[in-house]
Design a protein around this ligand. Structure first.
Ligand code: SF4
Ligand code: SF4
Ligand code: SF4
Length: 311
């Protein structure tokens, strides 16, 4: 192997992963929120043919990898993709590339998932790029409780919510209630003439909000459900949902507080789910709801952390 192990490690930290059995690397392009422009795609296609094997592969974290790049072409490759505003990365014990479902255009989407993912990318992938954590920290953004992006299997997952609000004064007690028939969870019963909602089953998908032709269902603001400590892979843990829903701004603050909590309380080599279990879910939720972690941000960021991510 002509490339020394220290250089293999160094370029891995920049998003270049050794291709098994070769001396070439895959350059991992960060898409920020899973969206690339046509010009960026053209640039990547050209880069694949100029520097790599001529192929592009798409990862489960919505990054694009271009395999077959020789070590000596890495710097030229970086400069080439930078012309279209793209960078490589996405490795190490830090905030990893943010993933979002296509809730921006999906008929079931309750908000613009790609816009939220971009904001999280800017604030916490770019903003915390130099911050070493005890392990990797994955964030997923989902547009509705269909959970296509599996937010609950990420260290932190966000799911859009619309809580149904019924106005009995506008209800005309129809023979067949369209609110009842619209609910995919079958948690609405209109047997008594007016719809009754079973909150223990309702997942706040919002499908019933436009179902009543007489306006008995009121439009409600999008709220955000947050799961903490999920993971999938060698070991699995379904994320723990926090007990209340959050506004968009509050949700962004919870993301930051969770990263700060992981940095300050996590132990080298453990994922956030282990930290949550070790500290106790109730204590973690209390910390994520209060503003103490944000007040201690500078102090926490100065703390030395040894990262334990090996992949
Ligand atoms: S989670 Fe909901 S909004 Fe997102 S892609 Fe799936 S169905 Fe659409
Ligand atoms: S909620 Fe609307 S559709 Fe259902 S019974 Fe009342 S008026 Fe009719
Ligand atoms: S929000 Fe969704 S699950 Fe809840 S009652 Fe309405 S349609 Fe059913």
């Amino acid at each position: 192997m002509a490339v020394p192990p220290t250089d293999i490690k160094r370029v891995k930290g920049q998003g270049f992963l050794l291709n098994r059995g070769t001396e070439n690397f895959s350059g991992r392009i960060i898409t920020e929120n899973g969206v690339l422009t046509a010009a960026q795609m053209r640039c990547l296609s050209e880069a694949a043919e100029t520097f790599g094997s001529g192929t592009l592969t798409f990862t489960s974290r919505l990054t694009v990898e271009l395999p077959g790049i020789p070590y000596e072409k890495i710097e030229d490759f970086k400069a080439f993709v930078a012309k279209e505003g793209m960078v490589t990365g996405g490795t190490g014990s830090r905030v990893r590339p943010v993933v979002a479902c296509k809730g921006t255009t999906c008929v079931f989407g309750l908000y613009d998932t790609q816009a939220l993912a971009k904001e999280i990318h800017d604030r916490f992938y770019v903003g915390y790029a130099g911050v070493t954590l005890p392990h990797k920290f994955k964030i997923a953004v989902g547009g509705c409780p269909n959970n296509c992006m599996k937010p609950d299997l990420n260290d932190l997952g966000i799911v859009g919510q619309r809580v149904p609000k019924f106005n009995p004064e506008k209800c005309r007690s129809c023979k067949k209630c369209s609110v009842e028939t619209s609910c995919p969870m079958k948690c609405v019963s209109a047997e008594g003439g007016q719809p009754v909602f079973d909150d223990s089953v309702c997942n706040n998908c919002g499908r019933c909000l436009k179902a009543c032709p007489f306006g008995a269902m009121e439009e409600t603001e999008t709220m955000y459900k947050i799961y903490v400590g999920g993971r999938w892979g060698k070991m699995t843990r379904i994320g723990t949902p926090l007990t209340r829903l959050f506004t968009r701004e509050e949700a962004l603050n919870v993301v930051e507080k969770a990263i700060l909590l992981f940095k300050s309380k996590g132990e080298t080599g453990e994922r956030f789910g282990n930290t949550v279990d070790r500290l106790g879910v109730q204590k973690v939720e209390k910390m994520l709801v209060s503003d103490n972690l944000l007040k201690r941000r500078e102090e926490i960021l100065e703390q030395e952390t040894i990262g334990g991510a090996s992949c």
